[in-house]
Design a binder for this molecule. Sequence first.
Ligand SMILES: [Zn+2]
Length: 624
Amino acid sequence: MKATPNGYLLNMAISDSEIAQVRAATDIVALISEYVALKKSGQRWTGLCPFHGEKTPSFSVNAEEGRYYCFGCRVSGDQITFVREMQHLDFVDAVRVLADRAGIELHEDANAGPARKERQEALAAMSRAVEWYHDRLLNSPDARAAREYLKSRGINGDVARQFQLGWAPDEWDALCSALNLTPKMLEATGLGFVNKRERRQDALRARIIFPIFDPSGKAVAVGGRILASASETVRPDGRVEPKYKNSPETPIYSKRRTLYALNWAKDDIIKSGEIIVCEGYTDVIAFFSAGMPRAVATGGTALGEEHFQTMRNFAKRIVLAYDADQAGQSAAASVYQWEQKHEVDVAVAQFPGRTDPAELAQSDPGALRDAITNAVPFLQFRLNRVLAAANLSTPEGRARAAQPAMHVLAEHPSELVRDQYVMQVADSLRLDASLLRTQLSETLRRPAVREVPNSPHEYDHAPRPATSAPTPRPGLEALRLKLHAPQLVQDRFIARYFVNGVQREIFVGLETGDSISNIVDALERQGDDESARLLSQMAVEEMARDYTEQDVTAVVSQLLRSAVAEELKNVERDLRSEKLAPDVTMVTVRDVKERLALLETDDGKAAERDLREWLLERASSEAL
Ligand SMILES: [Zn+2]
């Protein structure tokens, strides 16, 4: 069972009827229109998909069913899923957001699922810890040195309050005792641990605390910067204290996903279409102080795939505000891959001399802004570094620089991009472009260079292993009729008609008369993602035309043909294993085949009824 991704375990805290109420009260078109422009097209609404970059709309919304589906990247869902994805919330929080929006008061079950209760306790403990640290920084005499250090870095009381900075005193268990945190809570939050002498101990001491919040503004972790000068960071046992120490991975904190300050930066990122990624917390604060409140940082981990997944929903331009050497070490192949997959542009800001953003914000905020405005594409940045290291004053020096330059170009997956840089390199090295092209294609032929798929869709549309029989058309047509013209279908179909397992599951779901969202939920809960996706897709499909009674009859005939053919195979099998008497069976089989021939004739209705009876009979005899 896929529990958490669907919020199944989590949603037990809110009753199903209240979830249904929230869905019913939320106009999905109005909701999605807050993010994307939707246009009415037939029965559906369409627009550009907010989950993948595209120029022609493949995102479709069914207002009556409250469902969306993207024919490009195949995301699908309802009002709750949409809010979860767009705001990066868990199921329960998304329901809360929508309930607030619709003015519905939730009566969350006090006996909530244990995982959810624990999570809530951990969040509450983290939030109390952040307040406690913050109060120590602002008011405690032992935090004087910390306050002075921050002031020297341009961080005054107002800024400290804005970012809720804190101070972890130089004591073993000040936080644990003050908040009376249980060993279980220490583990769930990473705020402390039980030491070898069975005593609770704080994880961070004598450090300035930078609380880390999730996008909705809940504290999920803390980062701590050591205050002591470099000579004092060597412990008595000779080990060196790291300058920064962050909360470990916990049930409430995922390093790979979380970006420091995104909760404050979100608005300006969306407004400007740009996101600045820094190395440290103080750099982020520096950008805010310099009037660019769109900076974030990773917490104790390198920028990775999941960070990109988060960022691409907010902005298309990502500027790395790293130290040049640090940026140079970023894995180029990964960066280009993420650029393509998430349709974002990665640029690198170059700072004058060896200054870092925090220093520059204080000494020359204008230069900091310029560095962001003039940030160059990642490939240009790599190329500049190669050329800067070369001796361009002699013909030999320029010739020697060609090879490393072509190596850098070869890493980029797009030939069109590569070729433009070839011409640039030809200019700076005063070499013939066609010579460079030859060298580049030789470099590309070498297996050391990793080929990166060209289209983001190659990831999404990779052929999946078949999990069930191929999907025959009549089954799909039948489901469409059932979905879009139920009054025509009435009870002409039965589950037994569907040979394909996925289609049968969907039919059974539709037979319950439940909402599409509830059926999709149920299918996902069973781990039947394929059926859930097919149903999501069909729910937003436009009816090709107005269906008639004849269409239904034609589909029923085709369904019956395939269902009966399947069943006759079973009959044969039973004959061989002597479960059936041959003489009786031969008569039945002939009878069944005659009925099949009568379908779509004037006697079709009677034939349909007989075949249906026979299939049901077979089913019940098998059940015995
Ligand atoms: Zn899409």
